[in-house]
Design a protein around this ligand. Structure first.
Ligand code: ATP
Length: 228
């Protein structure tokens, strides 16, 4: 589903963020990306979203080499890769419903499809009763659930989550993890970068650890492995 072949990234200032990364993530896996600050987690995530170009190597997503796809085709990639961020990134002047619908409008989905799909995912994330609210009227956990709804509304085979619980208290974080696990059980491959030791230790999923731009550990049912 996701393959990184011999990936290296040197930023313009000379920082070597990734060195010779080889990774294969199969369809339906739930994978944690861990490692100290500066290890290269965000750089990998940005590459999967085509926000950062590798200096060397190839990126395959869903059997397609996206290393050199044109900027124009990036919206098309959004159908394959949904994304959730630590800071939610909802549009403040749109309602919950409109935020989720917007993700479908961007890929030019039919109105009928939008009217069917949006209520369905809002119900999935338990927010049917908040459809008309604006983001600033919601708790952090609720905002993150909207952002998950938005990420999955186009049914992407892959969901990337970059520190999705970073702004949430422990209890709310678990609610979000339950939701991500449910999305995963429905067949979506989930890749989550995190510093949340307790969550990684409890979930017992595949753990890929990066340090200084290299994969230093890849455990099938691993733990966090760091003390922070
Ligand atoms: N745009 C950039 N220009 C130059 N160097 C960068 C840039 N983005 C990241 N880096 C450097 O690349 C390395 C990897 O950074 P990256 O953000 O991928 O780490 P990370 O594992 O996500 O860290 P964190 O856990 O703090 O988010 C670091 O040394 C960082 O300073």
């Amino acid at each position: 589903m996701i393959e990184l072949i011999n990936i290296s990234k040197r930023y313009k200032n000379g920082v070597m963020a990734l060195s010779n990364i080889n990774l294969k993530i199969e369809k339906g896996e739930f994978v944690f990306l861990v490692g100290p600050s500066g290890a290269g987690k965000s750089t990998i995530i940005k590459m999967l979203l085509k926000e950062v170009k590798p200096t060397q190597g190839r990126i395959i997503i869903d059997n397609e080499d996206i290393t050199h796809i044109h900027r124009r085709k990036v919206p098309y990639l959004r159908r394959k890769v949904g994304v959730v961020f630590q800071d939610f990134r909802l549009l403040p002047n749109k309602t919950v419903y409109e935020n989720v619908a917007f993700a479908m409008e961007i890929i030019e989905a039919a109105g009928k499809e939008i009217r069917k799909q949006v209520p369905m995912v809002l119900s999935m994330v338990g927010l049917s009763n908040k459809a008309k609210m604006y983001p600033n009227q919601l708790s952090g956990g609720e905002q993150q659930r909207v952002s998950i709804a938005r990420a999955i509304v186009n049914n992407p085979p892959i969901l990337i989550a970059d520190e999705p619980t970073g702004n949430l208290d422990p209890e709310t974080s678990w609610e979000i993890m339950k939701l991500l696990r449910m999305v995963n059980r429905r067949g979506t491959t989930v890749v989550m970068a995190t510093h949340a030791k307790d969550i990684v230790d409890m979930m017992q999923q595949r753990v890929i650890a990066l340090e200084k731009g290299q994969v230093v550990r890849d455990d099938k049912k691993g733990g966090y492995g760091y003390e922070d």
